[in-house]
Design a protein around this ligand. Structure first.
Ligand code: CO8
Length: 260
């Protein structure tokens, strides 16, 4: 499949998706959304692909936000009637059950920060800068920033960032639990691919299950989350990969996964 605004490459079991509008700092317009939905659906459907990495092209930006030029031409009725921004969560986050990582290589602002936060986790380059500057445009986050940033860094810092529009550098983002790890700029893609390859080597059903459990912690009470965890754990014990994983440990060899 050829795309206009993204590139997609399969490297063994890892799908690498790159936002590819470097002249516009990879700003997210409707075409990017349409193509990302397609690319993530293809990743989810392809049983040979077990982890994905999303990054930005060029040296400067992961994504500098939703496309301001496109949004400036729309009025409130357009945003409301199209339920603008809804498909980012409903089509990408909810439908991608397999793991994916955001490799943030520069500016991740507004919708760019929100897209990075939709990933299962973020690996950032030392040059990464995160922010929700929408207030400076007379608006507010619309793709989950006020919710996901607050859950990641807590109320005080999220509130400060949304109200001032200031950027957070990579070191502060790691200290604030927004990102899993910061790596040197030049080795970002290698490090993200290495991590994705490691995830892709795990029993695939267990990877989906672990993701579902951790996500449950954000969406339910502790009691409900603990029930979800136990039930998923119990289901996994009936899998062929559980038999294989435990046998491989006892026999001191690598497991060979069936994905079921
Ligand atoms: N949308 C469209 N184009 C963009 C965007 C963007 N978000 N960001 C950068 N660009 C374009 C610039 O217009 C410029 O294009 P051109 O060369 O044609 O003029 C090109 O990218 C390079 O940008 P700069 O020259 O500005 O590069 P600098 O290095 O000087 O600055 C910054 C980099 C600081 C990242 C700067 O570009 C910037 O501040 N960008 C906007 C950041 C921002 O405000 N993002 C949030 C957008 S809003 C959003 O994501 C959610 C909206 C929620 C609801 C909205 C309802 C209306």
């Amino acid at each position: 499949m050829t795309y206009e605004t993204i590139t997609v490459e399969q490297r063994d079991a890892v799908t690498l998706i790159t936002l590819n509008r470097p002249k516009a700092l990879n700003a997210l317009n409707s075409k990017v959304l349409e193509e990302l939905i397609d690319a993530f659906a293809a990743y989810q459907a392809d049983s040979s692909q077990l982890c994905a990495v999303l990054t930005g092209s060029g040296d400067k930006a992961f994504a500098a936000g939703a496309d301001i030029k496109e949004m400036s031409e729309k009025d409130a009725a357009d945003f409301y009637l199209d339920d603008f921004f809804a498909p980012w969560t409903s089509e990408i986050v909810k439908k991608t059950r397999k793991p994916w990582i955001a490799a943030v290589n520069g500016f991740a602002l507004g919708g760019g920060c929100e897209l990075a936060m939709m990933a299962d986790f973020i690996i950032a380059s030392e040059n990464a800068k995160f922010g929700q500057p929408e207030i400076k445009l007379g608006v507010a986050p619309g793709m989950g920033g006020s919710q996901r940033l607050t859950k990641a860094v807590g109320k005080s810092k999220a509130m400060e960032m949304c109200l001032t529009g200031r950027m957070m550098d990579a070191e502060e983002a790691e200290r604030s639990n927004l990102v899993a790890r910061v790596v040197p700029h030049d080795s970002l893609l290698d490090e993200a691919m290495k991590t994705a390859t490691q995830i892709a080597s795990m029993p695939p059903m267990a990877a989906i299950a672990n993701k579902e459990m951790v996500n449950a912690a954000f969406e339910t009470s502790l009691d409900q989350g603990l029930i979800i965890e136990r039930r998923i754990f119990q289901i996994l014990t009936a899998s062929e990969d559980k038999q294989e994983g435990m046998a491989a440990f006892v026999e001191k060899r690598e497991g060979k996964w069936k994905g079921r």
